[in-house]
Design a protein around this ligand. Sequence first.
Ligand code: DGL
Length: 268
Amino acid sequence: MNDRPIGVFDSGFGGLTVARALIDLLGDEEIIYVGDTARYPYGPRPAAEVRRFSREIAEHLVRVEDVKMIVVACNTAAAVALDELRYDFEVPVVGVIEPGVRAAAAATRNGEIGVIGTTGTIASGAYQRAAAALHVTTGVHFTACPGFVEFVERGELDGDSVHVLAERLLSPLREAGVDTLLLGCTHYPFLARTIGDVMGREVVLVSSAEETAFDVRAILNSTGLGRRTPAKRAHRFLSSGDTSWFSTMGRRLLGPELAAAEAVTFGA
Ligand code: DGL
């Protein structure tokens, strides 16, 4: 039981930010990552469709890969599917939304927090609910950033086009005077240079990756699910799209642990 891998999934490369934090914090654990690159972006899709995709991937991770825990390393999926996955599967299911809000609340100095995410995430109200549940109710400003995910998936992490888009999308948050910006999409840390340049150096960018990894460690400790034997460190990476692009770009984004990508197929 304990030596089974931890399953992590996202619509594409974004969840690699969380996988990186997990690998760094939990050196003994093995990760199996699914990037649903054939069906990204999730952000503009109807909630019911994202729920179905999330369920299919979770089924694969539990039934085929025999994971001991699922990390939903995609805000859009966590926003609409986390509760259902927790109900349907016996393994612990961890999301990225609550950890992110906690980290942002701890970071702000002036109490004005910006939250950016996909259209689906912001429209779902999941961040608004998480902020209210954690009593972070004042000074939280939400903005959807359609288009950011596509730049990351294409490997365009900086350059004029993404900068122009960021200027336009982030200007309301600059005007709101936020001192902390929560990157509420796991793809966005890969655009941190552009986002940071646009927001200005006094604004702290917060990602949910590290905080989520701490949550995973706490659950491993409290459930006794942590590995007992030394890991082979044979992390595996699965992509439903172009595996050659996934391994090339994925290695650039995650690091050398992503040696190769395997193919996985889901429905349409
Ligand atoms: N990384 C996903 C998230 O955190 C991106 C979703 C998408 O594919 O649009 O929301």
